[in-house]
Design a binder for this molecule. Structure first.
Ligand SMILES: [Zn+2]
Length: 306
């Protein structure tokens, strides 16, 4: 059976249809135009889905997966913490069911990333084993994560399983937007690293520039060394609970190659309960496609290990 997915982003809305072999048949994207408001976004999604039906020649599906930043709570899927501000407080799930006249499954971008990368991307081989567990991380402007086991997302009793971005980091106390202090996101997100570098050096630089200049800039070196050290502490806290088979590191900060060095593994190992760490740390393989592929995998029967 086909699986239909839509990735609702701040600037673009992308749709995909995956065939029964999970290969993309149709892919289409349109602008979100969020400045036109919430009702317009609903109509954009409807028009995207109709275009996909026209282009593919398929009937409209009975269900569709939608991936979007932020949380969708309760039976109506009321959105919070979305960077598309006009979605916040709106019952997106209920409204999309009405507009699309089909079953709608919504999940956040980190869960979609974890699902797509673990089953179709970086984790494809390791996750083929029954019982295999993946922790998929988004380490970028924000810090999120998702847990996949046997091809299914583990959402937890309250939908927050894998949300490690707001765990406290020992010794840190910067204020976080969530109301707490010293969250993982205030220490190792892209903006947090850029702030740290600016405070040290008195200069503004992007994370990319900081990473590129660490050979000649002591402040840049210090910023990246601290990232590796703190990453070890905070990831070990997750490892001690979840003990996954693989960890996939997505997002802009995840591109920093120092996170894949023996030093980074050592920084994790020394904080893990059994002082050893042999879990593969994998860079993502699907690039921009992870969000929309993950949304499509929300729909249809659960993916079991192959
Ligand atoms: Zn926080």
């Amino acid at each position: 059976m086909n699986r239909w997915g839509v990735d609702l982003g701040g600037t673009k809305i992308e749709g995909v249809i995956l065939d029964s072999e999970l290969r993309p048949v149709i892919r289409h994207r349109i602008p979100t135009e969020q400045e036109e408001g919430y009702g317009h976004i609903l109509m954009q999604i409807k028009s995207l889905v109709e275009t996909m039906a026209d282009k593919s020649g398929f009937d409209l599906p009975e269900q569709i997966g939608i991936g979007t930043p932020g949380r969708a709570d309760g039976g109506d899927g009321v959105i919070s913490n979305s960077n598309s501000a006009c979605l916040n407080g709106m019952p997106l799930l209920r409204d999309l069911r009405e507009v699309l006249r089909m079953e709608v499954l919504i999940d956040n971008d980190a869960n979609c990333f974890a699902l797509a990368e673990s089953m179709l991307g970086a984790g494809r081989d390791e996750m083929a084993w029954s019982g295999a567990t993946a922790f998929g991380i988004i380490l970028g402007t924000g810090v999120g994560g998702g847990i996949v086991r046997d091809g299914r997302l583990i959402r937890g009793a309250h939908g927050i399983a894998g949300e490690w971005g707001h765990n406290p980091v020992p010794g840190e106390n910067a204020k976080c937007y969530c109301g707490r202090c010293g969250c993982v996101e205030t220490v190792i997100s892209g903006p947090a690293l850029e702030r740290y570098y600016a405070a040290l050096s008195g200069r503004k630089a992007s994370l990319k520039q900081i990473a590129a200049s660490m050979g000649r800039d002591g402040f840049a070196r210090q910023t990246i060394d601290r990232l590796v050290e703190k990453f070890g502490v905070v990831l070990a806290a997750v490892i001690n609970i979840l003990d996954p088979d693989i960890v996939i590191i997505g997002g802009g900060v995840g591109n920093i190659r120092q996170l894949y060095t023996p030093e980074a593994r050592e920084a994790i190992a020394k904080n893990v309960f059994n002082h050893s760490f042999d879990i593969p740390l994998l860079p993502p393989l699907l690039g921009d496609s992870a969000g929309v592929f993950g949304a499509a995998l929300l729909a249809g029967p659960p993916l079991h290990s192959r």
